[in-house]
Design a protein around this ligand. Structure first.
Ligand code: AMP
Length: 431
């Protein structure tokens, strides 16, 4: 018989994995509440033109793009930000600022599959729209830190840069935005030599090339030292100097609120073209791929026909966070609900078992009913294997008294309990 394989780059989440992913999602939703972010739900399919506008060559080349049956050129979203910016530029254009928006869902990129890299992946995405202030950038960093902390990740660290520094240097040479984008994309892939020769061919001066060569090497977790070094290098370039000052202000705000593990990397660039300010990623030592990435994008909403609207955001790769937790052997601590297995001692009592199950569920207690026709001893074994907290045994004799047997699986203790007191006994009983 023919068996079917999954499409390359896709993945299934079996129950334990799906539960973990949803737990991470739950944590992200809680962070959204704590910081005042409201959810929006945008479509998986968007117009190709919208998605291609500013995602950068890297992502653009890997889009799942196709013509729909109506002949429209569409694509599966490779990221959330374009959809959010579209919404803010149109339907939500008159909403008072700031807007704090949360998106959660799956994204699609035709990446080369490898550990932690899939063609369908999951993000929680936070956007703070309408503020150009460093407090907004700081908030995005802080909420990302809160999420990483709340899922129980250890030793995670932020890598931070500012595209204003590199763009400032390139703009002063009069390089077109297109050239700048290409140079930054090469730098994103650490192809600094190629980036430099591209900039050179575009007419940049020797002085500029020397400066670029020096600045891309500036990198340290000693924040004040690295900022001083950057300032010294770009002191004659106003735009780049202001960018360093902006970065300094954001980092100062963050450090006053929380202690974060930060490395500033002046040569850090990200593939997405729309960034205009701070950019950052989050890493753990166990993986060499980023768990989250974000930055400031002040011109995107305007590009999509909206008012000039500064914005900053972050995308957390939920399945990557899950992988990092597995690597760290730090499974999410989940104090699940107490669960119940309902076992009728004979077939004649199946109906009673269903009725009592419904009473418990109406009280908010999860119940699984024995449906395999197993004898009590076998059914108890199964309940044990499943980690069920309580078993309710429905027997003729107890039922005559309006009662059942309630067994705590962990303690191996059981007692006779009246049906009307059953829910309370489970709720208040030991786990
Ligand atoms: P980006 O939009 O490229 O900045 O990505 C933001 C985050 O999404 C990354 O830091 C990853 O955690 C996650 N991510 C991006 N691409 C993939 C992928 N192919 N598979 C899994 N996660 C991804």
């Amino acid at each position: 018989m023919k068996t079917f394989k999954m499409v390359r780059g896709m993945r299934d989440f079996i129950p334990e994995e799906a539960e973990m992913l949803r737990l991470i999602e739950g944590k992200a939703r809680r962070i959204a509440q704590l910081y005042g972010y409201k959810e929006i739900i945008t479509p998986v399919v968007e117009s190709y033109e919208l998605l291609a506008a500013k995602t950068g060559e890297e992502v653009r080349a890997r889009m799942y793009a196709f013509k729909d049956l109506g002949g429209r050129k569409v694509a599966l979203r490779p990221e959330f930000t374009a959809s959010v910016a579209r919404l803010v530029a149109t339907t939500m254009r008159n909403e008072p600022k700031p807007l704090r928006l949360l998106s959660i869902g799956s994204l699609y990129r035709y990446d080369e599959p490898q550990k932690g890299r899939f063609r369908e992946f999951w993000q929680s995405n936070f956007e703070l729209i309408g503020s150009e202030k460093p407090e907004a950038d700081a908030e995005i960093l802080l909420l990302t830190n809160s999420l990483m902390k709340s899922v129980g990740l250890k030793n995670y660290a932020f890598k931070i840069g500012h595209v204003g520094v590199l763009r400032g240097i390139l703009s002063r040479e009069g390089l077109a935005e297109e050239t700048q984008n290409r140079a930054l994309q090469l730098m994103d892939k650490k192809q600094y030599e190629d980036a430099l020769s591209l900039v050179k061919d575009a007419g940049a001066s020797e002085k500029c090339l020397t400066l670029l060569q020096k600045i891309v090497k500036v990198k340290s977790s000693n924040i004040s030292k690295v900022l001083d070094e950057m300032k010294k290098l770009v002191e004659n370039c106003k735009e780049a100097y202001e960018a360093v000052n902006n970065l300094a202000k954001i980092l100062e705000l963050v450090s006053e609120a929380q202690k974060l593990d930060i490395t500033v990397d002046a040569g850090f660039a990200r593939g997405l073209e729309y960034y205009t300010g701070i950019i950052f990623e989050v890493y753990v030592p166990e993986l060499d791929i980023a768990l989250a990435g974000g930055g400031r994008y002040d011109r995107l909403v305007e590009l999509f026909g909206g008012e000039p609207t500064p914005a900053v955001g972050v995308a957390h790769g939920m399945d990557r966070i899950m992988l990092a937790l597995q690597e760290q052997k730090a499974p999410l601590e989940f104090q699940g609900e107490k669960t119940v297995m309902m076992i009728p001692v004979s077939e004649a009592l199946n109906q009673e078992a269903l009725r009592i199950s419904e009473i418990l569920r109406a009280e908010g207690i999860p119940v699984e009913v024995e449906v395999m026709g197993r004898k009590v001893a076998k059914a108890l074994e199964d309940a044990n294997r499943r980690g069920t907290s309580y078993v309710v045994i429905v027997g003729e004799r107890e039922l005559k008294e309006g009662a059942v047997t309630l067994r705590n699986m962990e303690r191996k203790e059981q007692s006779i309990v009246k049906i009307e007191e059953l829910a309370e006994a489970i709720r208040t009983g030991p786990r």
